[in-house]
Design a protein around this ligand. Structure first.
Ligand code: A3P
Ligand code: EST
Length: 293
């Protein structure tokens, strides 16, 4: 799809909801997000951006449809799994869509536990959280900032990395997000997955999702789901690669960019890496949550 930027569109600044910086236009719909009514039969997919949200969403969508690809392909993944806090000019607000949608719903969010609408905590809905190592997230997020115009200018890679460490990016500090949701496992029904584990053994991780959702599928259906959710399959699939989404320029960097572990090594300089490691030690000193990096 060719992309034409609307003539009056510029990159809006982030805005704060509570302590969390959020994509500027999303803040205009915040009252509706805050008052959103979750249900017991909702399934929430929560992630810090660039951690494998789209991947796990497609796996879940296919599981819930017993591997029926035709059904799953009826709409783009961002329509089948609405992004709770997403709204703004040219983008329908997800709260409107979700309030009219049939149940059970699958809902995507990047909100931290601090700002998630309260109704999610008073309901018994299931939650799947996916976390990815901070360095690969920073790299993926930098390229996403470049291609998705709803974000402020990322600046140079070095500038972006500093903003990322300061938490001055959409959805705030990576460490606050992953640690907050990790802690919440003690109170809520949360399946906490890691992107690196999904890459290492997608079948094992899919089976964790199946068990968590209380579903069983024959092996050939499981294999079919795995076949349709490889990086290559999802990159080539117009329903998962965001090619029909406005405000994204895939010629700058495709949404389905590399889908690998350790791409940070091609971006971090030695001194950036030293600085980041020191920052990481401090940020993660108060948790038992660990990542493969
Ligand atoms: P990269 O930019 O490192 O390639 P999200 O969906 O949360 O925005 O995450 C996007 C990241 O997940 C991108 O990372 C994208 O390529 C990767 N991704 C998406 N689908 C994938 C898949 N099936 N297998 C591996 N990685 C995938
Ligand atoms: C941010 C994170 C994410 O996981 C998905 C999306 C899709 C909606 C996108 C947004 C985003 C980035 C900013 C936008 C927004 C739609 C309008 C806005 O400009 C591109």
């Amino acid at each position: 799809m060719s992309f034409v930027l609307p003539p009056d569109f510029n990159r809006p600044p982030l805005r704060l909801v509570g302590d969390m910086p959020i994509i500027g236009p999303f803040a205009d719909n915040w009252d509706n997000v805050e008052q959103f009514q979750a249900r017991d039969d909702d399934l929430l997919i929560s992630t810090y951006p660039k951690s494998g949200t789209t991947w796990v969403s497609k796996v879940v969508d296919l599981i819930l449809n017993k591997g029926d690809m035709e059904e799953s392909q009826k709409a783009a993944i961002f329509e089948r799994v609405p992004f709770l806090e997403c709204s703004g000019p040219g983008v329908p607000s997800a709260t409107d869509i979700l309030n009219k949608q049939d149940f059970p719903r699958v809902i995507k969010t990047h909100l931290s536990v601090e700002v998630l609408p309260r109704s999610f905590w008073s309901k018994n809905c299931k939650i799947i959280y996916v976390a990815r190592n901070a360095k690969d997230v920073a790299v993926s997020y930098y390229h996403f900032y470049r291609m998705a115009y709803g974000h402020p200018e990322p600046g140079t890679w070095d500038e972006f990395l500093n903003s990322f460490m300061d938490g001055n990016v959409a959805f705030g500090r990576w460490s606050t997000h992953v640690k907050g949701w990790w802690k919440m496992r003690q109170q809520k029904d949360i399946l906490y997955l890691f992107y690196e584990d999904m890459l290492e053994d997608p079948k094992r991780e899919m089976q964790k999702v199946l068990k968590f959702l209380g579903k069983e599928l024959p092996d050939e259906v499981q294999e079919k789901i795995l076949k349709h959710t490889t990086f290559k399959a999802m990159k080539d699939n117009p329903m998962t690669n965001y090619s029909s989404f406005p405000f994204m320029d895939h010629s700058i960097s495709p949404f389905m960019r590399k889908g690998i572990f350790g791409d940070w090594k091609t971006h971090f300089t030695v001194s950036q890496n030293e600085k980041f490691d020191e920052y990481y030690r401090q940020e993660m000193a108060d948790t038992d949550l660990t990542f493969r990096m």
